[in-house]
Structures are given as C-alpha cells and as structure tokens.
Design a binder for this molecule. Structure first.
Ligand code: SAH
Length: 221
C-alpha cells in the first residue's frame, strides 16, 4: 500500500471518521473483500473532486467532476473492483478515466492499469492526480475508448465505467483468453452491470443487477 496516501488524511469532513463511516456503509451494502475496503479507506477521494464539494467526498454518492461527468458512487467502485480482482488480473484496461479514482483503486491490485478518457480536461486532471499520489503503474491515454488500446493488448481484465450499448468486437479481441470484462450495458431502458468471461474466443456473461452510469460516447472532445 502506498505511504503517499497517508498525507492526505485531512480534517473535518475529510477526516478519518468520515472515511470509517463510508467503509461501514460499504460493508453493510455487501462488500466483503477486506483488501478492497482497506484500500478505499486509504485513498483520498476528496482530492478527485472540486474543493467546493470535498465535504461530500466520503458520502456514498456519485459526484460531479465537470464536463457533465461524475466520479462513480463508492459502492459501485467497490463492487466492480471486488468482481475484477477475484480473477487476479495483472493488466487491466479501463474505458472512461473520468476523475481517475477507479483507476487508482485498481492500481493497488494490478501490475499495470491502462485507462482511456475522451475528454481532454478530465484526462489532464486525472494525470495530475496520479502524479500527486506518486502512482507509477497507471498509463493514461486521451482517446476514444471504443478503439481500446491495441498496442498494449491483451488485457486480463477490461472495465467500462460508462454505459455501452454493445461490446465492440475490437474490444473483445483485446481481452486475453480467460479474461474478464465488466461493463454497464444498456438493456432496453435499463443499465445492467454485466460480467463477461472470454472462453475459447467466445464471451459468456452473468448479470449483477441494475446500475446507473453516464453513457459511453463516440469520438474525442
Ligand atoms: N471511472 C471514473 C468514472 C467516470 S464517468 C471515475 O472513477 O471517476 C465515465 C467517464 O467515461 C467520463 O469521464 C466520460 O467522459 C468517459 N467516456 C465516455 N465515453 C468514452 C469513450 N468512448 N472513451 C473514453 N472515455 C469515455
């Protein structure tokens, strides 16, 4: 675990107590993996959001990060992390860097995290935070995540943090055999958290309930 996280334990609403409350909530809502809980207690979520709303950083809610986007709700970050790391992935691709929070959580469990963001300002800001936190195993790219990162494939795990209509062939080709892909997918008017496993070049899936993400969009901005 990074020592550099310790210096960000702050006062007031970003204090240790507000973090403890969040971890308690995550436990009550079904998060069982102690390593995930431990890491999420350590990571300073308040530095991923604007200072004006940092007093809400340890609430179990999504928060705005500018450009009409959000940092995901802690519970969903914990749930997706728990699902992904149960497969012990070494190399993870994330589509939708956003604030960079999910990437930082994953970076504590994998050798390398590759993350792609289509909005330049968010990409730049996330990179700045990775540097502040002294994290060196996250590789970020400003691009349309629909294309993945073919030069770095294959990935043991792929995570979408924006809701997709379908999983494109080019993305599934970048998943290693026996790899896991987690994505909120649009099914009718709902979004479902779907876990795909790649076996002999075919994707089979299980569903993990309804979720609420911003949509996956095309192109760069
Ligand atoms: N993982 C993020 C959550 C971000 S919200 C976090 O921890 O904060 C989803 C993000 O996906 C947004 O920043 C949005 O701009 C990005 N996104 C949407 N479509 C995309 C695409 N095609 N390629 C890359 N990023 C995309």
């Amino acid at each position: 675990m990074k020592d550099s996280f310790n210096e960000f334990i702050g006062m007031g609403m970003t204090s240790e107590r507000s973090r403890d409350n969040l971890i308690e909530t995550l436990k009550q809502k079904g998060i069982k993996n102690n390593e995930v809980l431990k890491i999420m207690k350590k990571i300073p979520r308040h530095i991923f959001v604007d200072e004006a709303i940092s007093d809400q950083a340890y609430d179990n809610t999504a928060l705005p990060i500018g450009s009409n986007q959000t940092i995901s709700q802690p519970l969903i970050v914990a749930k997706m992390t728990e699902l992904l790391i149960s497969k012990n992935p070494k190399r993870i691709l994330e589509i939708g860097t956003g604030s960079g929070y999910q990437a930082v959580v994953l970076s504590q469990f994998a050798q390398k995290v590759f993350t792609i963001e289509r909005i330049k300002t968010l990409h730049d800001e996330a990179k700045r935070i990775f540097k502040i936190l002294n994290i060196h195993n996250i590789y970020s790219k400003y691009s349309d995540g629909n294309n993945g990162w073919p030069e770095k494939a294959c990935f043991d795990a792929i995570i979408y943090t924006a809701a997709a209509n379908t999983i494109s062939t080019s993305i599934s080709l970048q998943l290693c055999d026996n790899g896991v892909l987690l994505a909120p997918v649009c099914v009718g008017s709902k979004q479902i958290l779907r876990e795909y496993l790649k076996k002999d070049n075919k994707l089979i899936y299980v569903d993990h309930g309804e979720v609420n993400f911003v949509p996956l969009l095309n192109g760069k901005k």
